[in-house]
Ligand binder design. Structure first.
Ligand code: AHR
Length: 615
């Protein structure tokens, strides 16, 4: 095939095109990215989280039953705690605790002595009965006061499935709560931090933004399960835990402060997406389970809900001297503003009147008070020609003054992506921009076919990145054995992290991105062309241009590149991957191409390959 790149024909495109979608699904947060090693640290699991769960889940006692009490709690938001007398308490962590020899772990708990005498504890890590780290803690006081105690546990041995053990001395009773264990070595060393290896793999994507906390987690499956951001900030014991729509529990230890901090660490824009005043598909569980219709937040409660959204912007960007919300942010350790620029309202909701009324009330209020904040709406869970999508776009365009952008979602077959390469070519350039907030090619647990289909789609999106401003593959994380969805971009367990071929597609597009699209034409047989996609972008700030080629053909592809008015070095580097159909993991391949004497560049790709060439 012959390709001509016309360096003189360039258009401005989004420089925030590839970001990440973070949702606490498949144990992405608790038991995943959030580095807390104690499961159910606050004894707040309930059967509403999961039928077989309760306050003692993940705990066991040498004496049998664990005494759970609620009077005189540490916080009204965390009413349950355990009372220990002489029996030893164990926590099994998340599928066991993985301990590394020589590593240090921060243990902490809250204790209220009952019965007039201070209690002494031994806290330890045990592996099959063998103690591999331990510390002594002497508590003080008696009666009504809760106190915090800390100890550092240094492991003398490694273990795959250790337990935390708390041994009380005989005699008095003591109430214990918020029993916590963190590795000292977290991502960027933050306390209450993130698991280092997992966070690093996400950071290696160089995401331009992070969307959080969902997905369906944002709007919940009933009015009582809508995510309220302010329930997730402040002291850990005061945060409001909740049922996770994905059939487990949210501690909210990974809350808005931690999300914003992670964005800052990665130099990514925060993109919080919150409910549009309606739960998932405007409904919620009825007494028998699913199927109830609760509609939206009652109108007389909407002002309070709108205020929550405004408070978020104050919390993120306000001045601690004048705003109580900004003061809270400062007290948590971040006096400087987080510089929030985007907010999403709604997550693939049914475009009903209930939704439209509430969504508009919220977005108008945000735009009125903060005209510079980019407000992103939603057009339902499907692409064209679904009626929700059509109705959602009409609603967004009719209210163009409030919707700067709309969130599209679609999970499709590999074939759909190959057959819809012109999908965005005719999008209205005068309407709201597109945030493709959730998409993936679906085939089993993902493979190179999916990754190549997504690369094809992203090449076509780069061509349309004057109207498509942001994209994020979904979902991002899935813990082995706890999956709610398939495929996912990154699989992990306590031991390691596994990058899928789709991860490499995202990483390559995000790392080698630009703010200018350079027009190119390709002379290729039309049947073959159907399984090939290319794109050239340039970063005007560095002058660097990138040529991307996806070859989904079963044969090698050779492209002779003639780059008019675009300087190309004599030897250029490439990075990419290749493989066989169905292959579930790929290796990153790097190499060089050399220009020929006539100034052209011959780029050869193996079958089923994607490469970025650094022009
Ligand atoms: O990404 C998984 C789920 O897919 C999201 O929670 C939801 O928005 C969509 O249906």
């Amino acid at each position: 095939a012959a390709m001509t790149i016309d360096g003189k024909r360039q258009k401005a495109i989004s420089d925030k095109l590839v970001g990440v979608f973070f949702e606490d699904i498949s144990y992405a947060a608790d038991g995943g990215l959030y580095a807390e090693m104690v499961q159910n640290r606050d004894f707040e699991y309930t059967s509403a989280d999961r039928r077989e769960w309760g306050a003692a889940t993940a705990w066991r006692s040498s004496g049998g039953d664990i005494r759970i009490m609620t009077d005189g709690p540490l916080s009204k938001n965390n009413p349950h705690y355990a009372v220990l007398t002489a029996d030893t308490l164990y926590n099994s962590g998340w599928d066991g605790m993985r301990i590394e020899r020589g590593a240090k772990y921060d243990f902490s708990f809250r204790v209220r002595n009952i019965g007039g005498q201070a209690k002494r504890f031994t806290v330890a890590l045990v592996d099959g009965g063998r103690v591999i780290a331990s510390a002594r803690i002497d508590t003080k006081g008696a009666g009504e006061e809760w106190h915090r105690y800390d100890a550092v546990l240094e492991a003398s041995e490694s273990a795959e499935k250790a337990e935390l053990m708390i041994v009380p001395e005989k005699g008095n009773e003591a109430a214990v709560d918020m029993i916590s264990l963190f590795p000292q070595d977290t991502f960027n060393g933050h306390k209450n931090g993130l698991r280092k290896d997992l966070a690093q793999v996400i950071a290696d994507l160089h995401p331009k933004f992070v969307r959080f906390p969902g997905g369906c987690m944002s709007h919940g499956d009933g009015l009582g399960n809508i995510y309220h951001w302010h329930h997730t900030v402040g002291p850990l014991e005061d945060r409001v835990p909740d049922r996770n729509i994905w059939n487990y529990h949210q501690t909210r230890g990974l809350g808005f402060y931690e999300y914003f901090q992670f964005c800052e660490d990665m130099n990514a824009e925060p993109l919080p997406v919150l409910a549009a005043g309606v739960p998932c598909q405007n409904s919620g569980p009825d007494e028998d389970g699913y199927g109830g219709q609760q509609g939206g937040i009652p109108m007389d409660e909407m002002q309070a809900y709108i205020q929550e959204m405004l408070d978020l912007i104050e919390w993120a960007n306000g001045d601690p001297a004048t705003s109580k919300w900004a003061k809270m942010r400062a007290e948590a350790g971040h006096p400087a503003p987080f510089n929030l620029k985007y907010i999403g309202i709604g997550n693939e909701d049914i475009i009903s009147t209930t939704f439209e009324e509430r969504c508009l009330m919220i977005c108008k209020a945000i735009k009125e008070r903060y005209p510079d904040i980019v407000v992103c709406g939603t057009v339902g869970p499907f692409h064209y020609p679904s009626s929700d999508y059509v109705e959602g776009w009409k609603f967004a365009k009719d209210n163009k003054e409030v919707f700067d952008m709309v969130d599209e979602h679609y999970y499709e077959s590999v074939g759909w992506f190959l057959n819809n390469q012109t999908y965005y070519d005719n999008y209205d350039r005068k309407g709201p921009k597109v945030y493709l907030g959730e998409y993936a090619a679906r085939q089993g647990k993902g493979n190179i076919d999916c990754a190549l289909a997504e690369a094809v789609h992203l090449c076509n999106i780069e061509r349309n990145a004057d109207v498509v401003a942001m994209t994020s593959y979904a979902p991002l994380l899935s813990k082995n054995g706890h999956s709610n969805w398939s495929p996912d971009m990154i699989y992990f367990d306590n031991k390691g992290v596994d990058r899928t071929p789709s991860y490499e597609t995202q990483r390559l597009f995000s790392t080698y991105s630009g703010n200018q699209y350079v027009v190119s034409t390709m002379a290729i047989d039309s049947v073959a062309g159907h399984r090939v996609a290319t794109s050239v972008v340039r970063d005007s700030r560095t002058g660097q241009a990138f040529l991307k080629i996806a070859n989904v053909l079963p044969v090698e592809l050779t492209v002779t590149v003639d780059a008019k008015s675009l300087p190309i070095a004599n030897v250029v580097r490439y990075e990419g991957y290749s493989g066989k159909p169905g292959q579930t993991r790929v290796s990153v391949e790097r190499g060089t191409y050399t220009k020929s004497a006539d100034g052209k560049l011959t780029v050869t790709l193996p079958p089923y390959a994607f490469r970025v060439v650094m022009l």
